[in-house]
Design a protein around this ligand. Structure first.
Ligand code: ZN
Ligand code: ZN
Length: 573
């Protein structure tokens, strides 16, 4: 590290003699090195990203290891600050910010957020192991050997984990126990089954088997430890005050404060309810005939939504319906000139792979930054084997209108189109340190953008169902901020989701569970959306008569998966 620091100093001391191109070339080398060493410090993260150089590494989660990481972060920030950001290209300016943010985030995560003390899920070694076992990125024998090496020090690993845990939250502990118990068979059974098929020499097989056996013993012991833990003073699951503020700052990287985002979400909810009331009144006679209209606007809206939701496809036609919509979406984007779509990269649709079955109706699988030559897929699920009742409830949720919005969000011009653009501006920093709020924000923005341009024929039904869909991300934000920073009760949370966002009771309960286990992530959809809409307004003003929607969309996407605030700086400059 010292050696490296010295090298950078020499380079930049001579900066006035270097051209801007030279400086950017140096920075390109610098940032690649950072990502590589950073991933080596976090081998599990590397594995999940598809970088398999460090599959066999396992660090003992000791204070010495954490100190090493903190020191590493400080050294890289020092090296980074030697660069003058004003001399960097636009793409490198953003990467500079991302590296700085990641170093500060990592140190804060260790020193202040301290999940290593209160969230036993920190120690889910079975996750990368399951990935190595099931993903076919290398021959089985090579993957088994990596697993064997990874599990070599597993007893010491869990001995340290037990020392680390202090007053964990009840919610995270319960989930950890459940996840460990469900996953132990991956090592106890699946790994040994694979080992039986392997052509490795017997001595190597014995080595892997020995380490796998130790892993099972250590994981079972960790579960027993969690179950018997004397935890009279468990930590509250709510991430309050400065911790929540910092987590939001590092993970979302928004130009807005939490209070500003909260106010914007509450205002959006009010706007959506007002618009939905108008539409529901207009639609009432069509769907409800002479029935008396409820006085309460939320009841009125709910009744009309329920009546419209019966228009849905049949379980056996679910996949076909989705596939049929994709060329229609592409044609619409083209006809209305919304964003250029590379015709040489058509969206490939596939039946949902086995291991995803039953998870979602449709989802994008995009290859990770290290998975070269792997294509992106649009996974479409089947409802085969579902009970009639379950299928009916699902199809009402994903009725004829919402299914189209889902396709916009996941595929065209949502996640899929954004993915193609981010691939055109390749940056390993942006691929590894992807900004989730930008990615989700774009998908949510693209729904609005399509409807504004007349997608769905501007019918009141389409708009009403879009507003209901948009209420979900809006209320997710209100929920997350309220639960973590405003002590919102379960009852108030359920009321918000069921009464004000028109969700099913089961969906609301799932959301309550999720908000206890995660923080900030639920705010990313609305925050990104809000920032993009605000940016578009400002850009419109700046461009005056020359403003053009297609140009805005393409320029926005051209910066890659970066925080909206940095794209904003560059677009409004
Ligand atoms: Zn039905
Ligand atoms: Zn999404």
């Amino acid at each position: 590290m010292k050696k490296y620091l010295l090298l950078i100093c020499i380079i930049v001391l001579g900066a006035h003699t270097l051209t801007a191109q030279d400086i950017n070339k140096k920075f390109d080398v610098f940032k690649k090195q950072y990502i590589e060493v950073m991933l080596k410090m976090s081998p599990e993260y590397a594995t999940m990203l598809g970088n398999h150089k460090y599959d066999g590494l396992l660090y003992i989660p000791s204070q010495a290891q954490r100190d090493k990481q903190v020191k590493f972060n400080k050294n890289w920030i020092d090296s980074l600050h030697v660069y003058n950001i004003n001399q960097l290209s636009n793409a490198n300016k953003i990467d500079y910010h991302l590296i700085e943010n990641q170093c500060n985030y990592s140190t804060w995560y260790i020193n202040d957020f301290r999940t290593w003390e209160w969230d036993p899920r920190e120690y889910k070694i079975f996750e990368p192991v399951a990935y190595m076992l099931t993903e076919n990125y290398k021959p089985l024998d090579a993957r088994l050997l990596s697993i064997g090496n990874k599990l070599k020090n597993i007893s010491a690993y869990y001995r340290q984990a037990k020392l680390n845990i202090k007053n964990p939250t009840k919610e995270h502990t319960a989930l950890a126990i459940e996840q460990f118990e469900n996953s132990i068979p991956i090592i106890e059974t699946d790994l040994l089954d694979s080992l039986a098929k392997s052509k490795l020499p017997q001595i190597t097989k014995n080595y892997i088997k020995r380490n796998a056996d130790s892993a099972v013993v250590a994981m079972k012991d960790f579960v027993a430890f969690l179950k018997n833990l004397k935890n009279d003073n468990p930590r509250n699951f709510r991430i309050e005050g400065d911790l929540y503020k910092k987590q939001f700052q590092y993970e979302i990287q928004s130009q807005y404060s939490i209070d500003e985002i909260y106010a914007a979400a509450v205002q959006r909810k009010e706007y959506l309810h007002t618009e939905m009331e108008k539409l529901a009144k207009q639609l009432w006679p069509v769907y409800m005939g002479n029935d008396k209209m409820p006085e309460n606007r939320l009841e009125l809206i709910k009744k009309v939504i329920d009546a419209i939701s019966v228009k849905h496809t049949k379980p056996e036609l679910f996949q076909q319906t989705i596939e049929k919509q994709l060329p229609e979406l592409t044609a619409f984007v083209k006809e209305k000139n919304l964003v250029y779509m590379d015709p040489s990269k058509p969206l490939q649709v596939r039946k949902e792979p086995e291991y995803m079955a039953g998870v979602a109706g449709a989802s994008m699988s995009s290859p990770g930054p290290y998975e070269k030559g792997v294509s992106a897929w649009y996974n479409v699920g089947t409802l085969n084997g579902w009970s009639a009742e379950k299928a009916e409830s699902y199809l009402r949720e994903y009725n004829d209108y919402v299914l189209q919005i889902l396709n916009i969000h996941e595929a065209i011009p949502g996640h899929y189109v954004q993915f193609i653009y981010s691939n055109k501006a390749p940056s390993i920093v942006k691929s590894v340190l992807t900004n989730g709020a930008m990615v989700e924000g774009w998908a949510v923005y693209s729904e609005l953008m399509m409807l504004e341009n007349g997608y769905g024929g501007n019918t009141p039904e389409m708009w009403l169902m879009y507003y209901k869909w948009n209420l979900r991300s809006t209320c997710n934000t209100i929920l997350d901020i309220s639960v973590h920073t405003k002590k919102m009760s379960k009852e108030d949370a359920t009321n918000l989701l069921v009464k004000e966002a028109f969700q099913q009771q089961t969906e609301a309960e799932g959301k309550w569970h999720r908000v206890q286990i995660t923080s900030v992530q639920l705010t990313s959809y609305f925050t990104g959306f809000h920032e993009i809409v605000q940016l578009r307004e400002a850009y419109k003003k700046k461009m005056g008569n020359t403003y053009n929607l297609k140009a805005f969309n393409e320029k926005f996407l051209s910066y890659g998966s970066a925080p909206v605030k940095y794209i904003r700086d560059l677009m409004l400059k």
